[in-house]
Design a protein around this ligand. Structure first.
Ligand SMILES: C[S@@+](CC[C@H](N)C(=O)[O-])C[C@H]1O[C@@H](n2cnc3c(N)ncnc32)[C@H](O)[C@@H]1O
Length: 285
């Protein structure tokens, strides 16, 4: 739940089970992963002040954070993330002054306890809140932290009952893996449905725009769904198995075979349907 003890703008401690991220693997599907963010960006209304102050929660490798500068070129933008690997990549690639006179910086911070340390025009989060099941409990604080007329906008995957995730959860709970991986494939069950997000934001007095889209992604190459989840849903499993190469290989082989059956490759590639949930909540001006 939302933490009363968190300090404004400062991180709380990293959970011991926090997965290790691999920016390079994650960015292998950057095209498909970026598209929902562009669809979200297109629905964000004008911001109340210029230069705008923007926070990106769970900024990852920073490529999506940087896209914010294409619309708000003078903005002062801070990306927050827990992963040292992701933050290093973001900082190396994108930190510093922007062409439009604004700036980008990246800080270590835990979304779960994050409080706006100053008034924001926009708080945005792309494909990150699913890692923080308590996120609806923070909505009130985040909306409070917006300037009048400011916006909170996010996108999260809504595909946790899809074969990619259901099979992962089943495999983690199978007798062979249970002792090391039980629960690692079912970390996302606390997400709300679009109607529930809409209700939360209207209850908070916001003008809300909530929708869902299923992208029928056509992936290429051998075992592309496995390659995709290696960048995201498999991170907790890979982190838990650590340096045990034999176990990693055995798990990946079993999971790969299940994915091949669930997502057969065709002459033009492998279709990987992906449902996503979007919300844009504007605070009263
Ligand atoms: C799937 S990536 C999305 C990255 C980026 N927003 C994008 O759209 O490409 C999820 C990110 O959320 C971060 N994350 C997960 N839990 C977090 C938490 N509690 N606090 C801060 N960041 C978190 C991860 O480190 C990771 O970089």
């Amino acid at each position: 739940m939302y933490s009363d003890t968190a300090h404004a703008g400062t991180p709380t401690s990293t959970a011991p089970s926090a997965p290790t991220w691999d920016p390079q693997q994650y960015l292998r599907h950057a095209g498909h992963r970026t598209r929902p963010f562009l669809d979200l960006l297109a629905r964000i209304p004008e911001l109340p002040t210029s230069p705008a102050r923007i926070a990106d929660l769970g900024c990852g490798p920073g490529n999506v954070t940087e896209l914010l500068t294409t619309r708000w070129s003078e903005a002062v933008i801070t990306g927050f993330d827990l992963s040292p690997e992701m933050l290093q990549r973001a900082t190396e690639q994108y930190a510093g002054p922007t062409a439009g006179g604004g700036s980008l910086d990246f800080r270590h911070g835990d979304i779960a306890g994050w409080l706006p340390e100053e008034p924001y025009d926009l708080i945005v989060s792309n494909a990150a809140l699913q890692w923080v099941p308590s996120h609806p409990g923070s909505f009130g604080a985040w909306i409070n932290g917006l300037r009048p007329g400011g916006t909170f906008a996010f996108q999260i995957p809504g595909n946790f009952t899809a074969p990619s995730h259901a099979l992962l959860a089943q495999l983690c709970d199978a007798p062979r893996w249970r002792s090391r991986l039980a629960g690692h494939g079912a970390r996302y069950i606390h997400l709300l449905e679009p109607a529930e997000y809409l209700a939360r934001f209207t209850e908070l007095g916001c003008t809300a725009d909530v929708w869902e889209t299923t992208y029928h992604q056509l992936l290429h190459g051998p075992d592309p769904v496995l390659d995709w989840v290696k960048g995201t849903a498999l991170r907790p499993v890979l982190t838990a198995l650590g340096d045990d190469r034999e176990a990693v290989d055995a798990f990946l082989t079993e999971y790969r075979d299940l994915l091949r059956a669930a997502y057969p490759s065709g002459p033009r590639g492998t279709v990987f349907p992906f449902r996503r949930i979007f919300a844009v909540a504007r605070k009263e001006a």
